[in-house]
Ligand binder design. Sequence first.
Ligand SMILES: *[C@@H]1O[C@H](CO)[C@@H](O)[C@H](O)[C@H]1NC(C)=O
Ligand SMILES: *[C@@H]1O[C@H](CO)[C@@H](O)[C@H](O)[C@H]1NC(C)=O
Ligand SMILES: *[C@@H]1O[C@H](CO)[C@@H](O)[C@H](O)[C@H]1NC(C)=O
Ligand SMILES: *[C@@H]1O[C@H](CO)[C@@H](O)[C@H](O)[C@H]1NC(C)=O
Ligand SMILES: *[C@@H]1O[C@H](CO)[C@@H](O)[C@H](O)[C@H]1NC(C)=O
Length: 369
Amino acid sequence: MLHAMRITAAVLSVAIGLVAGQISSDTSGPSGILGFNSGAFFPDDDETPKKKSDFLEEFEASQSLHGSPGLFNSVRLYTNVQWKTTSDPIEAFEAAIETNTTMLLGVWCSGTDSIESELTALQSALDSHGSSFADLVVGISVGSEDLYRISETGVENEAGTGTDAKAIAGFISDVRAAINGTLLEDKMVGHVDAWSAWGNSSNKAVVDAVDFVGVDLYPYYEKDKGNSFDNSTNVYDYIYGIAKDAAGDKPLWITETGYPVSGPTFGEAETSVQNAGAYWQNIGCDKLFGRENVWWYNLRDSNPANEEKFGITEDLDAANPVFNLTCAAGSGAPATINTEDSSANRFGTNSNVAMLVAIGVMGLMAVIG
Ligand SMILES: *[C@@H]1O[C@H](CO)[C@@H](O)[C@H](O)[C@H]1NC(C)=O
Ligand SMILES: *[C@@H]1O[C@H](CO)[C@@H](O)[C@H](O)[C@H]1NC(C)=O
Ligand SMILES: *[C@@H]1O[C@H](CO)[C@@H](O)[C@H](O)[C@H]1NC(C)=O
Ligand SMILES: *[C@@H]1O[C@H](CO)[C@@H](O)[C@H](O)[C@H]1NC(C)=O
Ligand SMILES: *[C@@H]1O[C@H](CO)[C@@H](O)[C@H](O)[C@H]1NC(C)=O
């Protein structure tokens, strides 16, 4: 179960030593992508939109993390539209192009009966940047946890405005029609939701409509499932299994997972930097990194109004992640990179700049919804 106050809206292809994920050209899409989630605005009272420079700092920090198990060079976005504009492309696109960051695009689908502004922004980005933009797109998620928000538990948790399966399937058709004949026409189109929404047979129309199933997995929030930290791997396996079964032969992408570094006890789940670091090892290192497409939650912290903090860096200080990111030998994760001791990141800039924290669009919806 996702908690009401959770704020979630916010390829690996580089050869690393001898171990490398590859961009595969088969129909299941690339695999082993390593990335983080990124919301469209800061959680200050003004909901200050993230500018290109803010996204640049994020993407540079992501690739510069000290002791990183492979190169985190992908981002999952929640919207194509620059925050507080009608249909300007989100400035993350330009930052991604400058940093060679791949993108799982997001089309925001709740609280609206049209995704026209999302599609306008996407077309503008194609017009402006062409293949330098399109080549970095690994997929398009049509919606984010919309089905969860209208489920019994979502309503109970006051998770905000959602959208039903029929509407999501319709928006998926709209996206397919819009990208037809463009540089994006071969990209995988999918949807992101909670495991419980994918496991709900009422939502089968969405499973049928997608090329990939994006799932958000948080053992921390599973208070009905025996969610003490010691049992978190079992809970993960259980909820992952439900999503995997629901996806059938369609690729399952892990679009959000992570463990709070601080915040209240939820059910039996206690937060701590130590638990967050152990979750990174047990789930990230042992199961995911380099083997599945994963966008971890999260690089920088989420909404201050959210009691749970998920950030693995403070203020994007890539040289000093809050816990040791290096995966234990034999975990199966890609080889460690960024091992040098230095406060400068790979891009030669000081990453300890951003004083604001990230929030996703969904977080706003959760708060105001
Ligand atoms: C961009 O990253 C990809 C891996 O995602 C890599 O294959 C490619 O060489 C990089 N391009 C540049 C210009 O660094
Ligand atoms: C399953 O989905 C339907 C349709 O959205 C929803 O009404 C129902 O609450 C969901 N079931 C659960 C257990 O969440
Ligand atoms: C894409 O366009 C072609 C040619 O106009 C059409 O035959 C096809 O049905 C379209 N596909 C989609 C998914 O809209
Ligand atoms: C551990 O998690 C599994 C899966 O949710 C659950 O069936 C089991 O009861 C849990 N164990 C404990 C000791 O809570
Ligand atoms: C981080 O973890 C790795 C792998 O377990 C270990 O080799 C390394 O010494 C640790 N680094 C620190 C600073 O504890």
